[in-house]
Design a protein around this ligand. Sequence first.
Ligand code: GUN
Length: 295
Amino acid sequence: MPANIIDGKAVAREMEEQMRAEVESLVSSGTRPGLAVVLVGDDPASKVYVGMKQKACERLGIKSIEYKLPADTSEEDVLSIVCDLNGRKDVHGILVQLPLPKHINSKKVLLMINPAKDVDGFHPLNIGNLFVDESPLPPCTPAGVMELIHRTGIDLSGKHAVVLGRSNIVGKPVSIMLLKEDATVTICHSRTVDLADICRTADVLVAAVGRPEMVKGDWIKPGAVVIDVGVNRLEDGKLVGDVEFDAAAERAAAITPVPGGVGPMTIAMLMKNTITAAKRGTGFEDIIENICAQA
Ligand code: GUN
């Protein structure tokens, strides 16, 4: 039987409905959530993502503050902007779009963001929280992946979850989230031997490698849940995921399309984190003053 196609766009829309009401209620109690996005350079994909984030803010009534900086902006200037944003009362979330130009040390920039405003969930403190506990600000794409998995109704306990990719943004955090729900997790990467055979044992397969249609249809275990995080543009302009969609859909119980699967969920989770940050208040003011004074 062909798979159930998981409509990430519809789930994201449904979440937005609820979030719009939450923003309205925050505004009526005196706080409009604010998200600052810092984009350095002209990477076309980054520009598209930043535009989508701004549009989502508009739809929800979240204040959007944008810094579009030239590619030769110094590291010092980026750090100084982050420090200003850390101190602004009208900014509850700060997102520095990655990748940054090579002359800027991304780790240094991410460390400078007030963890209470780290709506990407990339600060080591928030990543640490994710490992030992629940993070109040989980990374957006992994959180979106988990929401879509939950909506299939699968009970993850004792299931074999295979994650393709070990990035800090997706592979590593989503593995921890799956483990927390008692899945048995295998993380595969470019050096993994017998990748196809491992995938064939996956009850849940999360593909996040950024290689067009690398996962073949016959790698899918019949009845599996397949979540495709990849967004790859082919030479003819077509967007495809990391999974051969049509062939995989013949075997899977449920599968996300590309586009319209995980992508819209990442944006929805970013909005959710911004609202959470606005509700919690900024915090860590004393620590941040110290970090910024030393910079
Ligand atoms: N570049 C690609 N994905 C992301 C993301 O989720 N957050 C940021 N800040 N940059 C990205």
